[in-house]
Design a protein around this ligand. Sequence first.
Ligand SMILES: Nc1nc2c([nH]c(=O)n2[C@H]2C[C@H](O)[C@@H](COP(=O)(O)OP(=O)(O)OP(=O)(O)O)O2)c(=O)[nH]1
Length: 128
Amino acid sequence: MDLVVVGAAIIADGRLLTAQRAEPPHMAGGWELPGGKVDPGESDEDALVRECAEELAVKVRLGRRIGTDWRLSDKAVLRVWTAEIVEGTPQPLEHLALRWLTPHELYDVDWLPGDRPVIDAIADAHLI
Ligand SMILES: Nc1nc2c([nH]c(=O)n2[C@H]2C[C@H](O)[C@@H](COP(=O)(O)OP(=O)(O)OP(=O)(O)O)O2)c(=O)[nH]1
């Protein structure tokens, strides 16, 4: 069974929120979608709402799924949903930094390799 990682494409005012990883060392400094691993027995959607609360101190409402399973490695897949913030202002509680990217800035950060096709899909579908 693949390990499932869930990620949120949080969009507000035509911008996409991205977060800079603090660890592990080989990923630190790379930019990703907020999210994390689904716990045993937890639904993907519940995990994503929980991770956004833990990492960003915001309550999110999930929207549509972006694509299907995006392969991260031979053992893990990434599943992504659009999301909107319904409560709070994002704080980098577990990240080095946060950035809101306009469509023009979408490729200005050093995305984790696994995220690049997802960002392409977001751009192609004009989700921001
Ligand atoms: N959250 C997130 N993780 C990603 C993305 N792209 C990507 O390759 N990953 C990788 C990085 C990590 O190896 C893994 C997610 O692990 P994590 O450390 O964020 O998960 P977690 O919060 O549940 O952490 P932990 O309980 O293991 O400490 O997936 C992404 O866009 N968002």
